[in-house]
Design a protein around this ligand. Sequence first.
Ligand code: C5P
Length: 219
Amino acid sequence: MQDKLILALDVDSFDKAKRLVDMLSPSVRIFKVGSQLFVNSGPAIIDYINRKKKKVFLDLKFYDIPNTVEKACIEAARHRVFMLTLHASGGFDMLSRAQNALKRMKKKPLLVGVTVLTSKDDKNAKTTVLELAKLSQKAGLAGVVCSPKETWLVKKVCGTKFIVVNPGIRPTWAAAGDQKRFTTPKEAIQRGADFIVVGRPVTEATDPAEAVKRILEEI
Ligand code: C5P
C-alpha cells in the first residue's frame, strides 16, 4: 500500500520540503513536487528526493502549445521524474507530442493527464473526465488524474491498466479545505485508484508521521 500513497510537498521552502522528506521517507515512497515548491526550490528538490532513493511526481500541469510542452517534458525526464502531469484539455496534438518525445528518453516518466480539478464542483465532471480520459488514452498517455468519484468510470471505459491518480483525498479527521469532490483514502482505494495524493492532511498535521501512519493503516 505504501506504493499507492503520494505525499504532496506543498510547502514554501526547500528546507521545509527536505524536513518532510527526511521525516516521512521511511514510509512514503513517492513525493509530489508541485508549482509552489518547484517555483521556490527548482530542480534541486527533485534531485534531493532522487538521492534519497524516493520517487518524484512532478505536478506542474503543463498546458501550452505542443512544441513548448514537448520540450518541458523532455527537461523533466532529464531530471529523472517518475510521473509527470499535463492538462488533458490541451488537446490531442499537445498530449501525443509530449508522449512521443518521452518515448525517446532513456528514463521514461509516466505521463498522466489532468482532467477536471477536484476543487471544482462541476455538475458535468463525469462526462468531461471521461472524454479527457479517452483522449489521453488515444494519445498514448499512461493514465489520468481525476477525483475518486470518477475512478470506476475511467477504469470501466479505458481498462484497468490505465492509471488513475486521485487527489481530493480527505481522511475523516482532516479538514476539506478547497477540495470539493473528495473521499477518504480507503474509499478511493476501494474505488480502484492506483495512486492517492495527500497534501494538507499530512503537511498541516501537528504530527505528519502519525498522519501518514493513520492513512496507511486505513488503506
Ligand atoms: O492538500 P491537498 O491534499 O488538497 O493537496 C492535493 C494536491 O493534489 C495539491 O498539490 C494539488 O495541486 C493536487 N491536485 C489536485 N487536483 C487535481 C490535480 C492535482 O488537488 N485535479
